[in-house]
Write a protein that binds this ligand. Sequence first.
Ligand SMILES: C[S@@+](CC[C@H](N)C(=O)[O-])C[C@H]1O[C@@H](n2cnc3c(N)ncnc32)[C@H](O)[C@@H]1O
Length: 258
Amino acid sequence: MNDLERYFRENHKRPINKWVHYFNIYDRHFARFRNSEPVILEIGVSEGGSLQMWKYYFGNKARIYGIDIDPACKAFEEDNITILTGSQSDRQFLKEVKTIIPEVDILIDDGGHSMNQQIISFEELFPHIKADGIYVCEDLHTSYWSGFGGGYKRRGTFIEYSKNFIDLLNAYHSEQTGLRVNEFTTAVDSIHYYDSMLVIEKKKRDRPPYSEKTGNIPMNKKPPSKGLRLKLYYAKQYLIKQANSALRFMGIKGFIKS
Ligand SMILES: C[S@@+](CC[C@H](N)C(=O)[O-])C[C@H]1O[C@@H](n2cnc3c(N)ncnc32)[C@H](O)[C@@H]1O
C-alpha cells in the first residue's frame, strides 16, 4: 500500500472521497514531485480532505490550491491551502485564476464531472501547467453516463474529445493536412488512460522525433548520406507519398510500401 492510500485509510481528518484504484495511479505519476515545492491545483474541494491529503503527501513546502463552486469550501483554507470560489465551466473565472496562482505542477480535475466542465477546464488550464507538469482528469466514467451528458461514442463527451489527443501526440508523423503539429504535440510527452482517469504528462518537444541505427551495418544496407544517391532517395520517398495520397483519395485501400 502506498503512502497516499495509507493516509486515506487511516484518515481521521476531513472526509476524502476517491475511487480506490486511483491511489496507485497517483503515486506512479506524482512521486517525483514529493518533497520538492510543487504547485498543486485540485478542482472540486467538497469537504476539504483531499487537499489535506495532498499537503501530507507532497510535504509542507507544497502550495495547494482548490477550486470549488460552493463558497462554503472557503472554510477549508489552512496553511499552504488556498481555496478559490467559482465555476470550472466559467472561462472568465478560470482566466482570473491564472492571474492569481502560479503555473501548476499537477492539476487534478475532480469537480462536477460533466462534459462541459471537463472540456472547458482543460482548454483554459492546460496551458497553465508547467512544461514538465501533469494534467489529470478524473471520473471519466461520466462520459458513459447519460445523466452527465455521456454515452458510448456520443459526440461532445470528454472521452471523445480526448481521443483526438492521441492523434495530436503523433502529429509529427502525419502526411495529411487534417492532422498537423500544434501546441499540444510540442508540449506533451505521454497520455495515460486508466479506468475513469486520464493522465497527461507534459515535456517540451522542440523537434520531431527521430530514429537512429547503431551496430555494425553492412555497406550495401547503409542509407545514402550525400550526393545524387541521397537526392534520388528523397525523390523516391516523395513520389511514394504522393502516390499513396492519390490512392487514399480514390478510396483504394492498398498502398505502396516505402
Ligand atoms: C467529487 S467532489 C470533490 C471531492 C474531493 N476532491 C475529494 O476527493 O474529497 C466534487 C466537488 O466539485 C464541486 N463542483 C461541482 N460543480 C462545480 C463547478 N462547476 N465548478 C467547481 N466546482 C464544482 C462540488 O461543489 C464538489 O465539492
